[in-house]
Design a protein around this ligand. Structure first.
Ligand code: ADP
Ligand code: ADP
Ligand code: ZN
Ligand code: ZN
Length: 820
């Protein structure tokens, strides 16, 4: 079947995708192949953009000949020839889209099995009819709780949100949730008409009255006498309780602003009818091993396995009868439980035993989600496939990387090829083959420096990877600092943190470490962020469904911060309309520059004309997007270059205006390095461009759409935007794994910049697994010792050298080895 079966290599000839320079490379099949190189060198362009894209194109051609025309439009990868290429599956790291209902159970397809178990083999209440599998899913009409429509949460108001300052009277605006202006005044008149004192501080009103004002369903009307200052006629005024008003706005208001405001007064609480499970009562009444499907969904995998194992190994099971109340002792139960246990054990092997089936995929880290997908693939039984993976070690503590490599080995042994884009040198060392791209990024990269067994890379002088792989790179110089003070948190409880005390040093760089699930993100990106945000009085950045009240008993030291900055890997924009230039603000300066040219003056073009979002300046065919969407049946939204402007985004007249020989579209096409030279006369842009180069992003094009940037690039753009402020500060910077997706040499660049922030007086706290980063921290807080219930405690805290000696710490042995 495979005409290349005799040749054990995939052979690529003339690859030119993105920055690749007519690359020829041969990589072995049935092997673990690592693609390495600094950020922007072209690893993904080769592994995903060429190899995976070509495999996918061939697949679609074979299944759907009519897709050929469309695929041509989208553009096949830029490559002359590839031989020996098996079908490919890509496991990229993407965050689940917000609002998605997918869970760990749906992602792994384990939920389907579990529903089948409850449907066919559960224990039913007397007289109840057997339910089909769908009825155990909150996402189907048959299964959804009628009260919350399967969401598991309902929005409700709460007194502390409705009345943030109870020392105010109603006249002074105690009920913040009520509307302002005329409507608010009207409500106050109504309340007074109902005999409630509107000048008494809220907290001194009777509880009965307070509750009525906030929650009453009834809406009595009262006659409002003419008032001098407000109305000169009498009228019937209707009462709206605060809840009634907020719910009315949420349900009916057409104004996005009004609804956003109303959301400030509600909190998501578990649905009282289904206790957050989203399931209807009939489904919740069915049990297996004494538990409802909702209970199993909420249990960590470790417990689910323990619960189901006895049923999986039961002998002497009988046949199912449709009339029996319980199918727990049947053959079906044994089979399904056996399958569930075997599949969950793979997840335990991968260190994911602390997750539960019901956990929302949006709350998973990209690394957790990718490992779930890897485990799911392992059970798919496919062979002869190439798996193309994006940094599988990302987000992994060194202790968790070992089992992952074993799982990859199992996929390989089953007859598959593994192509991984990887930065962790410990993983690279384990590869059968390494393809190193470089030597630089963008224009300065795109060549294959080496392709062969790992040991041979040592002889390649110009390879940055070789430097780190064989220990020739200079470690970052760093003199440890002493803290200016402490932020002390007492009685922290959230997820697996129970009444924990944590001291965060001020004015230094701290790394929070620990195995996956130990509680690092919970502590740093949730609790710490919320405490400081609360102190600063700013609203949360985005509403998290599971947003709880900050659960910290006591804090001190928080007053030393005047700003909180989270530098995360979330995209800098969700549409191709945002890009590097617009995000950093430098595009405003560039547009003004163009408006100030003589040509623009003569034509009467203002700065607005040079925005691809404005009708006068943009290409009308693509409305300034540069791309048009192509609908393909199987592919998620795909884009093709705009036929009119060929991606320039502007109309022809706008492009006639030039500065130093380039039109505005040509400026957007420049990489940062070249733009720094071209725009050197423009101070507002130069500063941005310089900092972008300092964080290692000199290769990015100014107009590169936000949607084409990796998480690591997005994070560094945010960091550069911060650095560009370059003033002394008392900010707290929180970063969740800033080194994920970075080559060790890029990590070194990034760390240097983070230390600059600390030198300017700020405090930096990182969640981190990278040992180079941990080793240069001033302070380490190690959580654990394990994940989930086995974690959540501070195992060790102190300078890296001290933590490296801690007894029960999973980090200590690795850190000790690095410091040695
Ligand atoms: P790596 O994976 O090594 O970080 P990439 O293959 O993602 O590097 O990128 C290599 C070069 O191609 C970079 O200069 C990058 O800016 C550019 N590039 C990446 N994706 C695209 C794209 N979709 N369109 C145009 N250029 C791109
Ligand atoms: P880490 O960052 O160290 O990997 P996390 O803080 O993400 O650990 O998780 C710590 C524990 O809290 C784990 O048991 C995890 O399953 C649980 N957890 C984290 N986020 C959520 C959430 N949104 N809902 C429920 N449990 C969560
Ligand atoms: Zn419900
Ligand atoms: Zn166009």
């Amino acid at each position: 079947m495979n005409q290349n079966a005799a040749d054990p290599f995939v052979r690529v000839r003339g690859a030119g995708e993105n920055n690749l320079r007519n690359v020829d490379v041969d990589v072995p099949r049935d092997a673990l192949v690592a693609f390495t190189g600094i950020s922007g060198s072209g690893k993904s362009s080769l592994a995903f953009g060429t190899l995976y894209a070509e495999a996918q194109r061939r697949y679609f051609e074979s299944v759907a000949p009519y897709a050929r025309r469309l695929l041509q439009q989208v553009g096949a990868p830029h490559v002359q020839e590839i031989t020996g290429l098996p079908p490919a599956v890509a496991l990229q790291q993407r965050r689940g889209s917000p609002g998605s209902r997918s869970t760990v159970g749906t992602l792994t397809t384990l939920s389907n099995l579990l529903r089948m178990l409850y449907s066919r083999a559960g224990t039913y209440p007397p007289g109840a009819a057997r339910l089909d599998a769908e009825s155990f899913s909150p996402n189907t009409a048959a299964g959804a709780c009628p009260q919350c429509h399967g969401l598991g949460v309902v929005h409700d108001v709460a007194e502390d949100l409705l009345v943030p300052d109870p020392s105010l009277s109603i006249r002074e605006g105690a009920i913040a949730a009520w509307p302002g202006a005329w409507q608010g005044a009207n409500l106050r008149s109504v309340v007074r008409g109902l005999g409630i004192d509107i000048d008494r501080p809220w907290r001194r009103l009777r509880k009965k009255d307070r509750d009525w004002l906030l929650y009453a369903e009834e809406q009595p009307s009262v006659y409002i006498e003419p008032e001098e200052d407000r109305v000169d006629y009498g009228y019937q005024g209707k009462f709206w309780s605060a809840r009634k008003h907020v719910m009315h706005v949420l349900a009916d208001s057409k104004s996005e602003k009004a609804r956003e405001r109303a959301l400030r007064f509600v909190r998501s609480v578990p649905c009282p009818a289904c206790h957050g499970s989203g399931l209807r009562p009939e489904a919740l009444a069915v049990t297996f091993a004494g538990r409802s499907v909702a209970e199993i969904n909420a249990m960590p995998f470790t417990e689910v396995v323990a619960l189901l194992r006895p049923a999986a190994v039961r002998s002497g099971a009988g046949a199912t009868t449709s009339t029996a109340r319980s199918g727990e002792t049947t053959e079906v139960a044994v089979r399904i439980c056996g399958d569930l246990v075997a599949r969950i054990e793979v997840l335990l092997d991968l260190g994911l035993g602390y997750l539960s089936l019901g956990r929302r995929s949006t709350t998973l880290s990209p690394g957790e989600a990718q490992r779930l997908r890897i485990a799911t693939q392992l059970r798919s039984g496919l062979f002869g496939v190439v798996y193309v993976l994006d940094e599988p070690s990302a987000g992994l503590h060194p202790a968790d990387a070992e089992p992952l490599l074993e799982v990859l080995d199992r996929l390989k042994t089953a007859g598959n090829s593994l192509f991984v884009v990887e930065h962790d040198m410990d993983v690279v060392r384990r590869a059968d083959w390494v393809v190193d791209i470089g030597p630089g990024a963008g224009e300065g990269g795109g060549r294959v420096l080496y392709s062969g067994p790992v040991a041979g890379l040592e002889r390649v002088g110009e390879s940055a990877t070789g430097q780190y792989l064989f220990g020739r790179a200079q470690p970052l110089e760093h003199r440890p600092r002493t803290p200016h003070g402490w932020l002390r948190l007492r009685g922290v409880s959230r997820h697996n943190l129970h009444d924990v005390s944590v001291d965060v040093p001020l004015g230094v760089l701290t790394a929070v470490t620990g195995v996956s699930g130990s509680g690092k993100s919970t502590l740093v990106t949730q609790v710490l962020a919320e405490v400081v945000r609360g102190h600063l009085g700013v609203a949360p950045e985005e509403r998290d469904e599971a947003q709880l009240e900050v659960d910290v008993q006591d804090t001190s030291g928080v007053e030393s911060f005047d700003r909180l900055v989270r530098v995360d890997q979330r995209p800098i924009g969700r549409t191709p309309r945002s890009n590097l230039a617009t995000y950093t603000g430098m595009f405003d300066a560039v547009r003004k520059l163009y408006a100030a040219t003589d040509e623009a003056g003569a034509r009467g073009y203002s700065a607005g004309r040079f925005s691809f979002n404005v009708p006068e300046g943009r290409c009308e065919t693509c409305q300034g997007e540069g791309f048009v969407a192509v609908e393909l049946l199987f592919l998620p939204g795909t884009y093709a270059p705009c036929p009119t402007c060929e991606g320039a985004r502007y109309n022809a007249e706008t492009l006639e205006v030039t500065y130093r020989g380039k039109n505005i579209a040509e400026v957007l096409a420049l990489p940062v390095d070249a733009a720094a030279e071209f725009l050197s006369a423009l101070p507002a842009a130069s500063r941005s461009l310089e900092t972008l180069r300092e964080v290692g992003l000199g290769y990015l094009r100014l107009g590169q759409p936000a949607t084409e940037l990796s998480g690591g690039e997005a994070q560094r753009i945010k960091l550069a935007t911060e650095l560009q402020r370059a003033r002394r500060g008392h900010a707290l910077y929180l970063l969740d794994e800033p080194t994920a997706g970075l080559h060790p040499s890029d990590t070194a660049l990034l760390l240097r910049q983070l230390h600059r922030l600390v030198d300017a007086g700020n405090t930096v706290v990182l969640v981190e697994h990278d040992l180079d980063a941990i080793a240069t921290a001033d302070w380490v807080i190690d959580l654990g010792p394990g994940g989930g219930d086995e974690g959540g405690r501070v195992v060790a805290a102190g300078p890296p050298a001290k933590v490296a000696k801690a007894r029960r710490s999973a980090t200590a042995p690795y850190l000790a080895a690095r410091l040695a």
